[in-house]
Design a protein around this ligand. Structure first.
Ligand SMILES: N[C@@H](CCC(=O)N[C@@H](CS)C(=O)NCC(=O)O)C(=O)O
Length: 282
């Protein structure tokens, strides 16, 4: 059953609420937890939603606890939903052995390879099952935007590129831009999808842009002191793909900022305002 939600916590925050819920996910075939920020405006009627996809090692709580997004989201009247980053409570061979694969590292794709394909369908979970559940239980409108960090930045870009027109806006912090061409992505994709690299492109932001899937504008912040910049994140690849396809990209390279939530906390208000402009545009 997908329609049963169990509330795990509720905290008043900037006039609204931060709440956590567990539910059984049919898509992932396991029990999952998500977090939601409901701004004070829900008392007047439905509000738009920002989906936040977190990075490696995270769960639904990192963003809610560290990004400091609630104050601006309360001012703007935007709900924020934070899914977890992988299926939980399962115990597949090697699933918990490394930080960049398996639990905490679902990469927001639908796995095709056994044994991962039974549970690791995070794309369907964050784009279908969870949105339906959230709309059923909370006063949110059909308007939605998406953002994320690192592996979750990859997820946000890929969700928006695969469904042009669905999200009013998309942004990312330090995204893995070209997973088919970096160690994190190659490890995850070979295990989740198999060795045929031609099947990887549909989960790669640069490849989707190069295939002309969408011309929607992108806002990306990237710290220049990020340890993962050159080996894993490769913003230059995104810049090149967007340039070739005429996709408007605002890539802001932030001097001195690293990969942490201190970086996200610094620039999250800009992203929230960017999303509000699009979510509330008539
Ligand atoms: N554990 C990894 C780094 C993982 C990492 O930096 N994770 C980022 C997302 S890719 C994160 O948000 N971590 C959790 C946090 O900072 O709250 C390492 O030691 O190299």
């Amino acid at each position: 059953m997908t329609d049963k939600l169990e509330q795990k916590s509720a905290n008043r925050c900037h006039g609204g609420w931060v709440k956590r819920f567990s539910h059984y996910s049919n898509t992932l075939d396991c029990e999952m937890v998500f977090g939601i920020f409901l701004p004070p405006q829900v008392e007047q009627g439905p509000v738009p939603v920002l989906w936040w996809l977190s990075g490696l090692t995270c769960n639904d709580e990192n963003f809610m606890q560290k990004a400091g997004a609630q104050k601006m989201a309360a001012e703007l009247g935007i709900a924020i939903v934070c899914p977890d980053t992988s299926p939980r409570g399962t115990d597949l061979p090697g699933e918990h052995d490394s930080f960049d694969f398996g639990s905490g590292a679902g990469f927001y794709l639908n796995a095709r390879r056994a044994p991962w394909s039974q549970h690791y369908k995070m794309y369907d979970y964050v784009t279908e099952e969870l949105p339906a559940l959230v709309r059923e239980h909370f006063p949110v409108s059909e308007r939605e935007a998406i953002s994320g960090h690192s592996m979750g930045g990859h997820g946000a870009l890929v969700c928006a590129l695969r469904q042009p027109g669905r999200y009013a806006s998309v942004s990312a912090f330090a995204p893995v831009t070209n997973p088919v061409d970096c160690p994190w992505g190659e490890k995850a994709f070979s295990n989740y999808l198999g060795d045929d690299r031609s099947e990887w492109a549909e989960w790669d932001a640069c490849e989707l842009i190069l295939a002309g899937k969408s011309k929607q504008g992108l806002l990306v912040d990237q710290g220049e002191a990020d340890n993962f910049l050159d080996e894993q994140l490769k913003p230059g690849h995104l810049e090149k793909a967007c340039h070739l396809q005429g996709v408007p990209l605002e890539l802001r390279r932030q001097p001195g900022y690293d990969h942490s939530y201190f970086f996200i906390a610094t620039f999250i208000d800009d992203h929230l305002k960017y999303h509000a402009e699009h979510l509330f545009a008539s």
